[in-house]
Design a protein around this ligand. Structure first.
Ligand code: TMP
Length: 202
């Protein structure tokens, strides 16, 4: 039986996840909680190698291949890091998870959403986040925040990011209980308070 809490953060690149994740971790630890901060792709070991390919490989990568690499990373991550931590009662905060594949490979690359849900379910063994915070910003702000040095995914272009953003908004419409859409252009303090409120309510 699941004991810990599984929280994920999502949003287009430059949405401010890293800042909010750090704030949340500190705040939960102050309350005496045991927190594990992790990320996809590339938590540790094999995942780091997959991240390197996914973000920096310079040759062609087909959309299917890209999806399977993200899913492979997720399967390893769930089995070796996330599930063991949740089973011990730890609060796991994960920077990106299944919704990234739905938004980026599904809405962004145009792959079949049903198949992505099916494959996500295999990769995670059916484990789902309890709460997901989607920080929403417009694509212009995203590209401005990323700057000129862009990795393979960040170089995908404005239209791609608009589709990804739409995907995230759609996810929050379909699963409002789990996936909370938050205005990523609000102040850091306001965003943090909203996140804390949602967690308390949960
Ligand atoms: P980040 O860790 O700096 O957020 O970068 C990871 C990049 O990989 C980001 O551009 C989103 C992308 N990504 C996908 O396209 N699909 C996925 O399933 C995941 C986890 C990430």
């Amino acid at each position: 039986m699941k004991k810990g809490l599984f929280i994920t953060f999502e949003g287009i690149d430059g949405c401010g996840k890293t800042t909010q994740i750090e704030l949340l971790k500190n705040s939960l630890e102050k309350q005496g909680e045991n927190v594990l901060l992790t990320r996809e792709p590339g938590a540790k070991g094999l995942g780091e190698k997959l991240r390197e390919i996914l973000l920096n490989y310079e040759g062609d990568v087909s959309s299917n291949c890209e999806s399977f690499l993200f899913l492979a990373d997720r399967a390893q991550h769930i089995d070796t890091i996330i599930k063991p931590a949740i089973d011990k009662g730890v609060i796991v905060i994960c920077d990106r998870h299944t919704d990234s594949t739905v938004a980026y490979q599904g809405y962004g690359r145009g792959l079949d959403l049903k198949q992505i849900h099916y494959l996500n379910n295999i990769a995670t063994n059916g484990i789902k986040p309890d709460l997901t915070f989607i920080l929403d910003i417009d694509v212009e702000t995203s590209l401005e925040r990323i700057g000129k040095a862009r990795d393979r995914m960040e170089s995908a272009g404005i239209d791609f990011f608009n589709r990804v953003r739409k995907g995230y908004i759609e996810i929050s419409r379909q699963e409002p209980e789990r996936a909370k859409l938050i205005n990523g252009k609000d102040s850091i303090e306001n965003i943090h308070s909203q996140i804390i409120k949602h967690i308390s309510e949960f």
